[in-house]
Write a protein that binds this ligand. Structure first.
Ligand SMILES: N=CN[C@@H](CCC(=O)O)C(=O)O
Ligand SMILES: [Mn+2]
Ligand SMILES: [Mn+2]
Length: 317
């Protein structure tokens, strides 16, 4: 008898999409995804993937942004459902962790526990955010996993127009990577953090200084041409054992990703972001990923949700 993974607030709901038939050659995501039992079961060689939603607006609200990201997990599942399923791995849906009445820290801790548990059961975990406060919850999950406890060197790669290294009294969508830096220092580990797509115009001198002090490796949006990003990512991957990839959809140009809190005037082109996803997926080092900052209230005909779904499909190949 299948049981729900403990600690989620919203159990997995049925997926929907176009129906072309029951045979394997007709399969789409909505027909392939099964509700999570917490245990990893896979008939194929690749690790099974587990999707977990983080229905959170609280980080963006605290960061003075445009709220609406709590509706993103459902919007991403809706965009993924009709896509043709070409994956070599099985995919389970663990449902959502939700933030209630401003209790962000509690929800981040709970999502962290769910992620650790799914990682330790042998899954490739993928969180559907939520604002970028999702990243600190992801980090809690990754840092609590057996892989890290056993000494694996973690790298955090962020595709984002922003550093999200704000030094604020209250955690938000603007602070997750400074929170990680402090937690890694407290654990006596080196914080390996790289950001591709940083917009100089949208990060203050103070944020660049913090990045400098922390030894953050970054590439500006204007320098994100495919070969250069490929080299940047390859050199980051060379120095780590396991990767946590986080995609803030505002790394993309506003025309491609209008449904975010802070749309990018410049942005990194989708083919470049997609190439990074393929590179990361092929590296064998991807431990965990998340996709953050989708805001369906500002989306145009589901454009941003479709991009999120397409990138997830690429990453889980
Ligand atoms: N996740 C948030 N990132 C940005 C938002 C910037 C903005 O709202 O303009 C930040 O805090 O820097
Ligand atoms: Mn951003
Ligand atoms: Mn961000």
């Amino acid at each position: 008898m299948a049981s729900m993974t403990p600690s989620v607030d919203v159990p997995p709901a049925p997926w929907t999409g176009r129906f072309d038939g029951d045979a394997p050659e007709h399969r789409r995501w909505w027909q392939a995804v099964v509700p999570s039992t917490g245990a990893a079961t896979s008939g194929s060689a690749a690790k099974p993937a587990a999707l977990i939603g983080f229905a959170s607006d609280e980080g963006v609200r605290r960061n003075k942004g445009r709220t609406g990201a709590a509706a993103a997990p459902a919007a991403i599942r809706k965009a993924l459902g009709p896509l043709a399923f070409h994956l070599d791995r099985s995919v389970t849906d663990a449902g959502d962790v939700a933030v209630s009445e401003g209790a962000l820290e509690d929800a981040q801790a709970r999502l962290g526990s769910v992620v650790s548990e799914l990682l330790d059961a042998g899954h490739l975990t993928a969180v559907l955010g939520g604002g970028h406060e999702t990243a600190y919850a992801s980090y809690l999950g990754v840092s609590g996993s057996q892989a890290l406890q056993q000494g694996a060197r973690l790298g955090v790669l962020n595709l984002d127009a922003h550093f999200d290294l704000r030094d604020e009294p209250v955690p938000s969508s603007g602070t997750p990577f400074l929170q990680m830096a402090r937690a890694e220092a407290a654990a006596g580990r080196r914080f390996r953090y790289a950001v591709a797509g940083v917009s100089e115009a949208n990060n203050t001198r103070a944020l660049f200084d913090t990045a400098g002090h922390l030894g953050v490796q970054y590439l500006l949006d204007e320098d994100c041409e495919t070969d250069r990003v490929r080299e940047f990512v390859a050199s980051f991957l060379a120095d780590i054992d396991v990767l946590y990839l986080t995609i803030d959809l505002d790394v993309l140009p506003a025309a491609v990703a209008p449904g975010v809190s802070a749309p990018a005037a410049f942005g990194v082109p989708l083919p470049v972001v997609s190439a990074v996803c393929r590179q990361v997926a092929a590296s064998g080092k991807l431990l965990h990923l998340d996709i953050a900052e989708l805001n369906p209230a500002f989306d145009v005909d589901g454009r941003t949700a479709r991009v999120a779904a397409r990138l997830l499909d690429t990453l889980l190949r």
